[in-house]
Design a protein around this ligand. Structure first.
Ligand SMILES: Nc1ncnc2c1ncn2[C@@H]1O[C@H](COP(=O)(O)OP(=O)(O)OP(=O)(O)O)[C@@H](O)[C@H]1O
Length: 361
């Protein structure tokens, strides 16, 4: 079912404040979608509206063929996992997982089976009698997921599910979560502000900004073809560096006050830009370090260097613009001026005024 979850023009206002302005999304059965955006962009509000904990001001939502308007949260068969896990501290692990089943007045034997099945799914078999405080953070998070899965939800909603875990655990749990999603055939919507999490787990990502979806695409689309400069600076580790190039009246280009002669193929692309100024989006792994006056390069001074194991992330200043470069060879000295040559085909061009990407590569 291609439009298993169908969100149509959903808007939300709190008083005068418009938090969501007409969100539309369609998610197939079995899909794993991430809502990615900075704090305050409205992603949690959208999740709450889907789950029935908030009511939309306008628009409508259909799940598995059923319009949800007026259907209370507990009748939607949606499993929700919040950032804080919200386990009941005075209930055992099994009782926590059972909670939604008791709410649905499920018979004891069937509920016992479901609890056992859900705990096995998250690999916590045998820990049903423990209390939440006797579990690690990662285990508690899995109990919260087991509780959401026990009701065999039509939809699984995850709100920043990994944010309470330490960095190492987060990386392994994100693999576990994705595998679990595939194994149980769930359909999942996850909210996160962490681009790495969104890109590594989801089939499709909705990048949200100021209550709207700025781009909807696969992780590759979002990384390779960001629709706006905002997305370029939000996605990627490190994010793309943004550099303003200015057309010089006597021909050629400048970066700040420095003359820059882009290689001919890039110059052709730049020549199609109508404005005087253009924003170049440069990915750290797609810039070569060369002699300062090598063809196609612009000069930049090394200001700091981070060792990342295997390679370094070098931070340069090019006449006021910060540029990050991933580099595996020997590092220049701090303060040294070298040439940075962006790989022509990988340079992203954005409109200086609107931030929209100019050319389709
Ligand atoms: N009940 C409410 N009443 C008034 N304003 C609210 C309410 N809930 C959320 N907001 C506002 O709506 C905006 C979006 O909030 P939301 O929690 O959806 O953002 P978010 O993208 O999930 O951010 P975060 O990652 O920080 O949770 C914020 O400006 C927030 O202050």
């Amino acid at each position: 079912m291609k439009d298993y979850l169908h969100i149509e023009e959903v808007a939300k206002r709190f008083g005068e404040t418009e938090v969501l302005n007409g969100i539309s999304l369609t998610i197939p059965k079995g899909g794993f979608v991430a809502l990615l955006g900075p704090s305050g962009c409205g992603k949690s509000t959208l999740l709450k509206i889907i789950s029935g904990l908030e009511t939309e001001t306008a628009g409508r939502i259909r799940l598995a063929g059923e319009w949800l308007a007026g259907v209370p949260a507990f009748r939607r068969d949606i499993g929700v996992v919040f950032q804080s896990y919200a386990l009941f501290p005075h209930l055992s692990v099994a009782e926590n997982v059972r909670f939604g089943l008791d709410m649905r007045h499920m018979g004891r034997a069937e509920a016992d089976d479901r609890v056992r099945e859900a705990l096995a799914l998250v690999k916590l078999d045998g820990l049903g009698d423990r209390m939440p405080r006797q579990l690690s953070g990662g285990q508690q998070q899995r109990v919260a997921i087991a509780r959401a899965l026990a009701i065999r939800p039509r939809l699984l909603l995850l709100d920043e599910p990994l944010s309470n875990l330490d960095a190492i655990l987060r990386k392994s749990v994100r693999v576990d979560l994705r595998e679990l999603h595939d194994r149980v055939g769930a359909t999942t919507v996850m909210v996160t502000h962490d681009q790495e999490e969104a890109m590594s787990m989801a089939d499709k990502v909705a990048v949200m900004h100021d209550g709207a979806i700025e781009q909807w695409g696969s992780p590759e689309d979002i990384y390779e073809r960001p629709a706006t400069a905002f997305i370029g600076t939000f996605v990627g580790n490190p994010p793309a560096s943004m550099v303003t190039a200015r057309r010089h009246l006597s021909g050629g280009w400048r970066i700040g006050d420095m003359a820059w002669a882009p290689d001919p193929a890039l110059a052709d692309r730049l020549d199609m830009v109508r404005n005087l100024d253009v924003t170049l989006g440069l990915r750290a792994e797609r810039i070569d370090l060369v002699e300062r006056d090598a063809p196609g390069a612009f000069p930049a001074e090394l200001t700091s260097s981070e060792y990342l194991g295997g390679e370094r992330l070098l931070h340069f200043l090019a006449d006021g613009h910060r540029v990050a470069v991933a580099h595996a060879g020997a590092s220049p000295e701090i303060g040294q001026v070298v040439g940075l040559r962006p790989r022509t085909a990988d340079v992203m061009l954005f409109d200086i005024n609107t931030g929209l990407r100019i050319d389709a590569r």
